[in-house]
Design a protein around this ligand. Structure first.
Ligand code: R5P
Length: 313
C-alpha cells in the first residue's frame, strides 16, 4: 500500500521544481541540504517518506559534480528512510556526451552515472532529451524519456515564419531535427562537424538548400556555443537569410556562449528551463520555455501508473 507521493528538490534548479509542484497543486517536501566545513554534502529529510513514492528533482547541470553527488545522497537518504519508490527526475542529464569511447583509454561517463544512480537506490529515471537516446539502455531500471521537441516546434510554429529550413549541426541529430521539420512542414539541412581538438568544433560541410531561407538551428545542448557559431558561419556562406533562430532543450551556456549567441544574425535563442536560465540581460533575445507542465504531468502519470508516451502523440 503506497502512502501517496512527495516531491523534493535538490539545489540544482529550485525554480523548476517549484513550478512542477505548482502544476501538481503540491508543495515541495521539506529537506535540509547543507555543507560540512570541508565541503561534504549533508542531507536530511525533514518529514517522513515511509511508504511514499518519492520524486527528487535535480538536473545534473553545472556545478555538475556538486549537483550529481547531492542527488545521489538524497536518493540514499530516501532509500534508508523506507520510501516505497524513488524516482530521480533529472531534467538535464549531465555527463551524457561521453556515451561511447571515441578514442582509446576514454571513460563512458553516461554509463558510469547510470550505474551509480542505480546503486544509490533510484528505482526509475525521468529525464528529457538525452544527448543520445541509447543512454536509456545503460539503465536496468525504467527510464521515462521526455522530449521538448513538441513544445519547441509549437513555439516556432506560432511565429508564422515563412520559407524556413530546420538545421541540424551534425548528422547525429538528424532524427530529432526531422521531428521538428515534419511538425512544421519545412525542409532540413545538415551540417557535418568534427572536433579537431578537445572542446573545439569545426564544420566542414552543409548539406541541403538554405539559400534565401530563414534557418532554425535545433540542438539538444548549447554549451560553449561553438557548434552554433560554426553552423551560423556555414549557413551564411551558403546564402541563408541573415535571420537565424537557434533552439535547444538544454541551455548549459558556459561563458563563451554569450558572445557567440549575441551575434547580430541570430534573431532569437530559444531554450527551456531544464537548467536555470542565465541572469536577465546576460543574453538579449533569449526566450525560455517552461518544461514544468511536461514534467509535472509525467510525474503524475508515473505515480498513477498511466501512460507517458501518450503525452507526446
Ligand atoms: C554535440 O554533439 C551536441 O549535440 C551539441 O552540439 C554540443 O554539445 C554543443 O556544445 P557546444 O555549444 O560547446 O558546441
Amino acid at each position: 500500500m503506497k502512502n501517496g507521493m512527495k516531491l523534493f528538490a535538490g539545489t540544482g534548479n529550485r525554480p523548476l521544481a517549484e513550478a512542477i509542484a505548482g502544476y501538481l497543486g503540491m508543495q515541495l517536501g521539506e529537506v535540509s541540504i547543507s555543507r560540512f566545513s570541508d565541503g561534504e554534502c549533508y542531507v536530511k529529510f525533514c518529514e517522513s517518506v515511509r511508504g511514499v513514492d518519492a520524486f527528487v528533482i535535480q538536473p545534473t547541470c553545472p556545478p555538475v559534480d556538486t549537483n550529481l553527488v547531492e542527488l545521489l545522497i538524497m536518493i540514499d537518504a530516501l532509500k534508508r528512510a523506507s520510501a516505497a519508490s524513488i524516482t530521480a527526475v533529472i531534467p538535464y542529464y549531465g555527463y551524457a556526451r561521453q556515451e561511447k569511447k571515441d578514442a582509446p583509454r576514454e571513460p563512458i561517463t553516461a554509463k558510469l552515472i547510470a550505474d551509480i544512480l542505480t546503486v544509490a537506490g533510484a528505482n526509475r529515471i525521468v529525464t528529457m532529451d538525452l544527448h543520445a537516446g541509447a543512454i536509456q539502455g545503460f539503465f536496468n531500471i525504467p527510464v521515462d524519456h521526455l522530449t521538448a521537441i513538441p513544445l519547441i516546434s509549437s513555439y516556432i510554429k506560432e511565429k508564422g515564419l515563412q520559407n524556413i529550413v530546420i538545421v541540424s549541426t551534425d548528422e547525429g541529430r538528424v532524427k530529432t531535427v526531422r521531428q521538428v521539420s515534419s511538425r512544421l512542414g519545412a525542409p532540413i539541412a545538415v551540417g557535418y562537424k568534427y572536433h579537431p581538438e578537445h572542446q573545439k568544433t569545426q564544420m566542414t560541410h552543409l548539406a541541403g538548400d538554405v539559400e534565401g531561407k530563414i534557418p532554425i538551428i535545433v540542438e539538444d545542448i548549447i554549451t560553449t556555443g561553438g557548434s552554433i557559431n560554426e553552423c551560423v558561419d556555414a549557413l551564411l556562406e551558403h546564402g541563408c537569410k541573415p535571420e537565424i533562430y537557434v533552439a535547444a532543450t538544454h541551455g548549459v551556456l558556459t561563458e563563451p556562449a554569450f558572445d557567440r549567441l549575441s551575434r547580430q544574425e541570430i534573431k532569437e535563442v530559444i531554450i527551456t528551463d531544464t537548467i536555470p536560465a542565465p541572469p536577465p540581460g546576460k543574453l538579449e533575445r533569449l526566450n525560455v520555455l517552461s518544461v514544468a507542465p511536461l514534467f509535472g504531468e509525467a510525474i503524475r502519470r508515473v505515480h498513477e501508473d498511466l501512460s507517458i508516451t501518450s503525452l507526446f502523440y
